[in-house]
Design a protein around this ligand. Structure first.
Ligand code: ZN
Length: 271
Protein backbone atom coordinates (compact mmCIF):
# COMPACT_ATOMS: atom_id res chain seq x y z
CA UNK A 1 0.00 0.00 0.00
CA UNK A 2 1.51 3.36 -0.93
CA UNK A 3 2.50 5.21 2.23
CA UNK A 4 3.13 8.92 2.77
CA UNK A 5 6.47 9.14 0.89
CA UNK A 6 5.00 7.30 -2.10
CA UNK A 7 1.94 9.56 -2.06
CA UNK A 8 4.30 12.56 -1.90
CA UNK A 9 6.28 11.24 -4.90
CA UNK A 10 3.07 10.67 -6.85
CA UNK A 11 1.68 14.12 -5.99
CA UNK A 12 4.95 15.80 -7.06
CA UNK A 13 5.06 13.85 -10.32
CA UNK A 14 1.38 14.60 -11.01
CA UNK A 15 1.98 18.29 -10.26
CA UNK A 16 4.52 18.36 -13.10
CA UNK A 17 2.42 16.27 -15.48
CA UNK A 18 -0.98 17.93 -14.87
CA UNK A 19 -0.28 21.59 -14.04
CA UNK A 20 -1.79 23.88 -16.66
CA UNK A 21 -3.30 20.99 -18.64
CA UNK A 22 -6.91 21.16 -19.80
CA UNK A 23 -9.16 18.10 -19.65
CA UNK A 24 -10.41 17.00 -23.07
CA UNK A 25 -12.29 13.79 -22.30
CA UNK A 26 -13.09 11.48 -19.38
CA UNK A 27 -13.53 7.72 -19.82
CA UNK A 28 -14.56 5.23 -17.14
CA UNK A 29 -14.16 1.52 -17.89
CA UNK A 30 -15.37 0.00 -14.62
CA UNK A 31 -18.29 1.16 -12.44
CA UNK A 32 -16.48 1.53 -9.15
CA UNK A 33 -13.35 1.49 -7.01
CA UNK A 34 -13.97 1.93 -3.25
CA UNK A 35 -16.74 4.30 -4.35
CA UNK A 36 -18.67 4.69 -7.60
CA UNK A 37 -16.79 6.13 -10.57
CA UNK A 38 -19.97 7.28 -12.30
CA UNK A 39 -19.95 10.77 -10.71
CA UNK A 40 -16.66 11.41 -12.56
CA UNK A 41 -18.53 11.23 -15.86
CA UNK A 42 -21.20 13.61 -14.62
CA UNK A 43 -18.80 16.10 -13.02
CA UNK A 44 -18.47 18.22 -16.20
CA UNK A 45 -14.69 18.00 -16.18
CA UNK A 46 -14.18 18.66 -19.89
CA UNK A 47 -12.68 22.12 -20.38
CA UNK A 48 -11.47 22.37 -16.78
CA UNK A 49 -7.80 23.03 -16.19
CA UNK A 50 -5.51 21.54 -13.52
CA UNK A 51 -3.98 24.19 -11.25
CA UNK A 52 -1.61 21.96 -9.24
CA UNK A 53 -1.36 18.71 -7.29
CA UNK A 54 -0.49 18.36 -3.62
CA UNK A 55 -0.40 15.61 -1.02
CA UNK A 56 -2.50 15.50 2.15
CA UNK A 57 -2.18 12.39 4.35
CA UNK A 58 -1.86 9.54 1.84
CA UNK A 59 -4.05 11.28 -0.74
CA UNK A 60 -3.01 13.16 -3.84
CA UNK A 61 -5.21 16.19 -4.41
CA UNK A 62 -5.23 17.76 -7.89
CA UNK A 63 -6.90 21.17 -7.87
CA UNK A 64 -9.06 22.31 -10.77
CA UNK A 65 -9.49 25.89 -11.96
CA UNK A 66 -13.09 25.99 -10.69
CA UNK A 67 -11.98 25.32 -7.10
CA UNK A 68 -12.96 21.67 -7.08
CA UNK A 69 -10.40 18.90 -6.70
CA UNK A 70 -9.69 15.51 -8.19
CA UNK A 71 -8.92 13.59 -5.01
CA UNK A 72 -7.25 10.19 -5.13
CA UNK A 73 -6.10 7.45 -2.80
CA UNK A 74 -4.25 4.40 -4.01
CA UNK A 75 -5.77 1.76 -1.76
CA UNK A 76 -3.84 -1.50 -1.89
CA UNK A 77 -2.74 -1.55 -5.51
CA UNK A 78 -3.55 1.78 -7.14
CA UNK A 79 -1.11 3.13 -9.72
CA UNK A 80 -1.37 6.37 -11.69
CA UNK A 81 0.37 7.04 -14.95
CA UNK A 82 0.41 9.98 -17.34
CA UNK A 83 1.25 8.57 -20.75
CA UNK A 84 0.48 9.26 -24.42
CA UNK A 85 -2.94 8.26 -25.69
CA UNK A 86 -1.19 5.89 -28.12
CA UNK A 87 -0.20 3.55 -25.26
CA UNK A 88 -2.90 0.85 -25.17
CA UNK A 89 -5.10 0.63 -22.08
CA UNK A 90 -3.92 -1.96 -19.58
CA UNK A 91 -6.41 -4.48 -18.21
CA UNK A 92 -6.93 -2.78 -14.82
CA UNK A 93 -6.76 0.83 -15.94
CA UNK A 94 -10.28 1.87 -14.94
CA UNK A 95 -10.21 5.61 -15.67
CA UNK A 96 -8.73 7.70 -18.49
CA UNK A 97 -8.61 11.48 -18.30
CA UNK A 98 -7.41 12.83 -21.66
CA UNK A 99 -5.33 16.02 -21.54
CA UNK A 100 -4.77 18.75 -24.12
CA UNK A 101 -1.10 17.78 -24.60
CA UNK A 102 -2.01 14.34 -25.96
CA UNK A 103 -1.27 12.53 -22.70
CA UNK A 104 -3.75 10.54 -20.66
CA UNK A 105 -4.00 10.38 -16.87
CA UNK A 106 -4.67 6.69 -16.13
CA UNK A 107 -5.78 5.15 -12.85
CA UNK A 108 -4.95 1.48 -12.59
CA UNK A 109 -6.14 -0.58 -9.63
CA UNK A 110 -6.42 -4.39 -9.88
CA UNK A 111 -7.82 -4.78 -6.35
CA UNK A 112 -10.06 -1.71 -6.60
CA UNK A 113 -9.62 -0.40 -3.03
CA UNK A 114 -8.49 2.93 -4.45
CA UNK A 115 -10.48 6.15 -4.48
CA UNK A 116 -10.93 8.73 -7.24
CA UNK A 117 -13.54 11.44 -6.77
CA UNK A 118 -14.21 15.04 -7.62
CA UNK A 119 -14.49 16.71 -4.24
CA UNK A 120 -15.32 20.23 -3.13
CA UNK A 121 -12.91 21.99 -0.81
CA UNK A 122 -13.84 22.50 2.81
CA UNK A 123 -13.14 25.56 4.95
CA UNK A 124 -9.54 24.40 5.51
CA UNK A 125 -8.83 24.39 1.76
CA UNK A 126 -8.64 20.60 1.53
CA UNK A 127 -11.28 18.22 0.12
CA UNK A 128 -14.29 17.68 2.35
CA UNK A 129 -13.57 13.95 2.62
CA UNK A 130 -10.33 14.78 4.46
CA UNK A 131 -11.93 16.92 7.18
CA UNK A 132 -11.02 15.95 10.73
CA UNK A 133 -7.71 14.23 10.01
CA UNK A 134 -4.67 14.95 12.16
CA UNK A 135 -1.62 17.11 11.58
CA UNK A 136 0.95 16.30 8.90
CA UNK A 137 4.00 14.60 10.43
CA UNK A 138 6.37 16.79 8.37
CA UNK A 139 4.68 20.03 9.42
CA UNK A 140 5.97 22.12 12.34
CA UNK A 141 2.61 21.40 14.04
CA UNK A 142 3.71 17.83 14.71
CA UNK A 143 5.85 17.90 17.83
CA UNK A 144 6.81 15.64 20.71
CA UNK A 145 4.59 17.78 22.93
CA UNK A 146 1.54 17.13 20.73
CA UNK A 147 2.20 13.40 20.70
CA UNK A 148 2.83 13.33 24.44
CA UNK A 149 -0.44 15.17 25.16
CA UNK A 150 -2.38 12.71 22.99
CA UNK A 151 -0.62 9.72 24.60
CA UNK A 152 -1.80 10.66 28.08
CA UNK A 153 -5.41 9.93 27.19
CA UNK A 154 -4.78 6.59 25.51
CA UNK A 155 -4.38 3.04 26.65
CA UNK A 156 -3.43 1.71 23.20
CA UNK A 157 0.11 0.72 22.22
CA UNK A 158 2.72 3.25 21.11
CA UNK A 159 2.45 1.83 17.58
CA UNK A 160 -1.31 2.39 17.41
CA UNK A 161 -0.86 5.88 18.87
CA UNK A 162 1.52 7.00 16.12
CA UNK A 163 -0.67 5.38 13.46
CA UNK A 164 -3.84 7.12 14.71
CA UNK A 165 -4.84 9.40 11.81
CA UNK A 166 -6.80 11.70 14.10
CA UNK A 167 -3.57 12.65 15.88
CA UNK A 168 -1.00 12.59 13.10
CA UNK A 169 -1.86 11.51 9.61
CA UNK A 170 -0.13 9.27 7.12
CA UNK A 171 2.34 7.32 9.30
CA UNK A 172 1.71 3.81 8.01
CA UNK A 173 3.05 0.44 9.10
CA UNK A 174 6.50 0.75 7.52
CA UNK A 175 7.39 4.20 8.83
CA UNK A 176 5.83 3.60 12.26
CA UNK A 177 8.08 0.54 12.64
CA UNK A 178 11.19 2.36 11.41
CA UNK A 179 10.63 5.50 13.48
CA UNK A 180 9.82 3.57 16.69
CA UNK A 181 13.01 1.59 16.13
CA UNK A 182 15.09 4.70 15.50
CA UNK A 183 13.72 6.30 18.67
CA UNK A 184 14.23 3.15 20.77
CA UNK A 185 10.57 2.59 21.65
CA UNK A 186 8.99 -0.89 21.64
CA UNK A 187 5.80 -0.82 19.54
CA UNK A 188 3.78 -2.60 22.23
CA UNK A 189 4.60 -0.07 24.97
CA UNK A 190 1.38 1.37 26.42
CA UNK A 191 1.08 4.87 24.95
CA UNK A 192 0.52 6.46 28.35
CA UNK A 193 3.95 5.23 29.58
CA UNK A 194 5.85 7.23 26.93
CA UNK A 195 7.95 10.07 28.31
CA UNK A 196 8.01 13.55 26.79
CA UNK A 197 11.65 12.89 25.84
CA UNK A 198 10.64 9.72 23.94
CA UNK A 199 7.81 11.55 22.16
CA UNK A 200 10.25 14.29 21.12
CA UNK A 201 12.67 11.68 19.85
CA UNK A 202 9.92 9.96 17.88
CA UNK A 203 8.74 13.22 16.27
CA UNK A 204 12.33 14.01 15.25
CA UNK A 205 13.05 10.52 13.91
CA UNK A 206 9.81 10.13 11.96
CA UNK A 207 10.45 13.45 10.19
CA UNK A 208 14.02 12.40 9.36
CA UNK A 209 12.93 9.00 8.05
CA UNK A 210 9.99 10.32 6.00
CA UNK A 211 12.22 12.96 4.40
CA UNK A 212 14.81 10.32 3.58
CA UNK A 213 12.13 8.04 2.12
CA UNK A 214 10.74 10.89 -0.01
CA UNK A 215 14.27 11.55 -1.29
CA UNK A 216 14.66 7.89 -2.18
CA UNK A 217 11.28 7.72 -3.93
CA UNK A 218 9.50 5.74 -1.25
CA UNK A 219 9.56 2.06 -0.46
CA UNK A 220 8.51 -0.26 -3.22
CA UNK A 221 6.15 -2.81 -1.74
CA UNK A 222 4.29 -5.33 -3.88
CA UNK A 223 3.18 -3.64 -7.07
CA UNK A 224 3.59 0.01 -6.16
CA UNK A 225 5.42 2.09 -8.75
CA UNK A 226 5.96 5.81 -9.17
CA UNK A 227 4.06 7.70 -11.82
CA UNK A 228 7.06 7.41 -14.18
CA UNK A 229 7.26 3.64 -13.66
CA UNK A 230 10.40 3.84 -11.47
CA UNK A 231 10.56 1.97 -8.19
CA UNK A 232 11.22 3.42 -4.74
CA UNK A 233 14.67 2.72 -3.33
CA UNK A 234 13.98 3.23 0.37
CA UNK A 235 13.49 -0.54 0.84
CA UNK A 236 17.29 -0.83 0.88
CA UNK A 237 17.39 1.52 3.87
CA UNK A 238 14.96 -0.37 6.10
CA UNK A 239 16.45 -1.23 9.50
CA UNK A 240 13.63 -3.22 11.13
CA UNK A 241 10.45 -3.43 8.99
CA UNK A 242 10.21 -6.89 7.45
CA UNK A 243 13.86 -7.58 8.40
CA UNK A 244 15.34 -10.78 9.86
CA UNK A 245 18.18 -9.13 11.80
CA UNK A 246 18.20 -5.84 13.69
CA UNK A 247 19.83 -3.08 11.62
CA UNK A 248 21.74 -1.86 14.71
CA UNK A 249 22.81 -4.84 16.84
CA UNK A 250 22.17 -7.82 14.53
CA UNK A 251 19.88 -9.65 16.98
CA UNK A 252 16.95 -11.58 15.49
CA UNK A 253 14.01 -9.24 14.85
CA UNK A 254 10.84 -9.97 16.85
CA UNK A 255 7.27 -9.56 15.61
CA UNK A 256 4.02 -8.86 17.36
CA UNK A 257 0.54 -8.12 15.98
CA UNK A 258 -0.86 -4.76 17.13
CA UNK A 259 -4.11 -3.28 15.87
CA UNK A 260 -4.30 -6.13 13.37
CA UNK A 261 -0.95 -5.31 11.75
CA UNK A 262 2.42 -7.03 12.12
CA UNK A 263 5.00 -4.97 13.98
CA UNK A 264 8.74 -5.61 13.86
CA UNK A 265 11.04 -4.66 16.74
CA UNK A 266 14.37 -5.45 18.42
CA UNK A 267 14.21 -6.65 22.00
CA UNK A 268 17.66 -5.16 22.73
CA UNK A 269 17.50 -1.79 21.01
CA UNK A 270 13.93 -0.81 21.91
CA UNK A 271 12.63 -0.23 25.45
ZN1 ZN B 1 18.93 -4.35 17.98
Amino acid sequence: MPELPEAESIARALDKALKGRTIRKVEVFFPRLRTSLEPLLKAKLVGRKFVDCKRRARYAVAELDDGRTLTMHFGMSGVVRVEPASVPRRKHEHVFIHLDDGNVFRFEDPRRFGFLEVQRKGADGWPECLAGIGVEPLSPAFTGELLYAAAQKRKTSAKELVMDNKIVTGIGNIYAAEALFASGIKPQRPANTLTLEECRRFAKEVKRILRLAIKWGGTTVSDFKNVDGSEGKFAQKLKIYSQKKCGKCGAPVQTIVLGGRTSWYCDHCQK
